[in-house]
Design a protein around this ligand. Structure first.
Ligand code: SAH
Ligand code: SF4
Length: 393
C-alpha cells in the first residue's frame, strides 16, 4: 500500500488539465510589482529569486541569504538583514519589498480560535483562521486560494459568490506568514521543536485545484527546509473533486488530500456538489485510489457535511463504507454551518452519531467535527462575507 501507484494518464486527462490551467490564467492575481516599480520578493521561487539577483549583478548566494531572512527569520525590513552589507541592503530596498497582507481586522474567539481579515494591495480581502489545539501547543491555519469560487456547492456560502480572481503566490504564503507574525513565531522552529502554527489546511475560500499553479508554488515555498520548513505531512489540501488535477497534486506536492464528498449517490452529489456532473463519484474514487503517497499512516480524509434528512441516513453511511473500500481513508463528519438564506439544516446529534457509528464499525475513524470560532464567524463556509456584513453594521 505504501508503494506509489503509477498514475493513469490518458490524452483526455491531459487535455482537461490544459483547459483547467488556461481558465485559471484568466483570473490571474494582480502583478507582483508595486506602482513605484519595486518588486515583491515573497512568492518567488528560489530560481526566480536568483534571477532577480543576477539582474542586479549579484551572485546566487545573495538569493540564499534573502531566502533565509524572508522565510526563516520572517524579516520584512532590509535594514535589519544584518548579514548583508549596508550598501547592498540599501540597493535591495530601492528595488524590492518583502510584503505582507495588511491586517484590517483581528478577532479571537472564546475558544481561542483567531481570525484575521487581511487586505491585499488591490483591496481584495481574505479571511484566515487559526484553530489552536487547546490541549497542546499546536494548531492549524486555514488558508484560502481564491476570491470567491467558480463552483456552487449548495451548502457553501462561498459558493454563492462568483469568482473574482485567483489568489497570487505571495498572497497565499502571506496568509500563513502574517498569521505567524501575529503570534511572533519567528524564526521558523526547527523540525523537532514544537510549533504553535504547526499545520496548514487549504480549506478556506475557493477550489485550490482550480488555482493549481499559484497554490503549488506557495506550498513549495512553505515546505522548503531552509525557510518555513513545514513538511508535506503537515499540509492538507481540500478539493471538491477536480479529478484531472488530483494526480498532479499528489505527484508534485505529495501533501495530504482531503476530498469533499458529502454525498454517496451521483443524483444527490450532482445537486449539492455540482462539479460531480463533470467528475462523478466513480471517477473521484478512482483518483483517490491512485493518489500517490496515500497509505495507512497517511490517509485520505473524506469530508462529509451533515445535512438533515438530505444525506445523513444510515443507508448512506453503509454506502459510504462500500465506496471507501480499498482506500486508506478517514471520514470527517462536519455539522452543517447555516448561513442566512441557506437551504439546509444541520443533522441532529443523534443522527450524526448513528452515522459515525456505522462508519467507525467498518474500521474508519470518523470524528464529528466540533465547530470552532462560531462567535467570531470563523466556521467553514462562513468566511469573508459575514465579516464584511458585520463591519458594515
Ligand atoms: N473548495 C474546497 C476547499 C474549501 S471548502 C472544497 O470544497 O473542498 C472546505 C470545506 O468546508 C469543504 O469540505 C466544504 O464542503 C466545507 N463547507 C463549506 N460550506 C460549509 C458549511 N456551510 N458548513 C460546513 N462545512 C462547509
Ligand atoms: Fe467552492 Fe469548496 Fe465552497 Fe464548493 S465547498 S463552493 S468548491 S469553496
Amino acid at each position: 500500500m505504501n508503494a506509489p501507484v503509477a498514475p493513469v494518464e490518458d490524452d483526455l486527462t491531459a487535455a482537461e488539465r490544459e483547459r483547467i490551467l488556461a481558465k485559471a490564467a484568466l483570473f490571474a492575481p494582480p502583478p507582483a510589482v508595486l506602482p513605484d516599480g519595486r518588486r515583491e520578493l515573497v512568492g518567488l521561487s528560489r530560481a526566480e529569486l536568483e534571477a532577480e539577483m543576477a539582474a542586479i549583478g549579484e551572485k546566487p548566494f545573495r538569493a540564499k541569504q534573502l531566502w533565509h531572512w524572508i522565510y526563516h527569520q520572517g524579516e520584512r525590513n532590509f535594514a535589519r538583514m544584518t548579514s548583508i552589507a549596508g550598501p547592498m541592503r540599501a540597493k535591495l530596498a530601492e528595488r524590492f519589498v518583502v510584503g505582507r497582507p495588511e491586517v484590517s481586522a483581528e478577532q479571537t474567539s472564546r475558544d481561542s480560535t483567531r481570525k484575521w481579515l487581511f487586505r491585499w494591495r488591490d483591496g481584495q480581502q481574505v479571511e484566515t483562521v487559526y484553530i489552536p489545539d487547546n490541549d497542546e501547543d499546536r494548531g492549524a491555519v486555514c488558508i484560502s486560494t481564491q476570491v470567491g469560487c467558480t463552483l456552487s456547492c449548495r451548502f457553501c456560502h462561498t459558493g454563492t459568490q462568483r469568482l473574482t480572481r485567483n489568489r497570487g503566490v505571495a498572497e497565499i504564503v502571506g496568509q500563513f506568514m502574517a498569521a505567524r507574525d501575529s503570534y511572533g513565531e519567528w524564526p521558523s522552529p526547527k523540525d523537532d521543536q514544537p510549533r504553535r502554527l504547526s499545520t496548514i489546511v487549504v480549506m478556506g475560500m475557493g477550489e485550490p485545484l482550480y488555482n493549481y499553479e499559484n497554490t503549488a508554488k506557495a506550498l513549495r515555498i512553505v515546505m522548503d527546509g531552509e525557510g518555513i520548513g513545514l513538511s508535506r505531512r503537515r499540509i492538507t489540501l481540500s478539493t471538491s473533486g477536480v479529478v484531472p488535477m488530483m494526480d498532479r497534486c499528489g505527484r508534485e506536492l505529495g501533501v495530504n488530500l482531503a476530498v469533499s464528498l458529502h454525498a454517496v449517490r451521483d443524483d444527490l452529489r450532482n445537486e449539492i456538489v455540482p462539479l460531480n456532473r463533470k467528475y462523478p463519484i466513480a471517477e473521484l474514487m478512482a483518483a483517490c485510489r491512485r493518489y500517490p503517497g496515500a497509505s495507512n499512516s497517511r490517509r485520505i480524509t473524506f469530508e462529509y457535511v451533515m445535512l438533515r434528512d438530505v444525506n445523513d441516513s444510515e443507508a448512506e453511511a453503509h454506502e459510504l463504507v462500500r465506496l471507501l473500500e480499498g482506500i486508506p481513508a478517514k471520514v470527517n463528519l462536519i455539522p452543517f454551518n447555516p448561513w442566512p438564506g441557506s437551504p439546509y439544516k444541520t443533522s441532529t446529534y443523534e443522527q450524526t452519531a448513528k452515522f459515525a457509528a456505522i462508519v467507525n464499525a467498518a474500521g474508519y475513524s470518523s470524528p464529528i467535527r466540533r465547530p470552532r470560532g462560531r462567535d467570531i464567524l470563523a466556521a467553514c463556509g462562513q468566511l469573508k462575507t459575514e465579516t464584511e456584513r458585520a463591519q458594515r453594521g
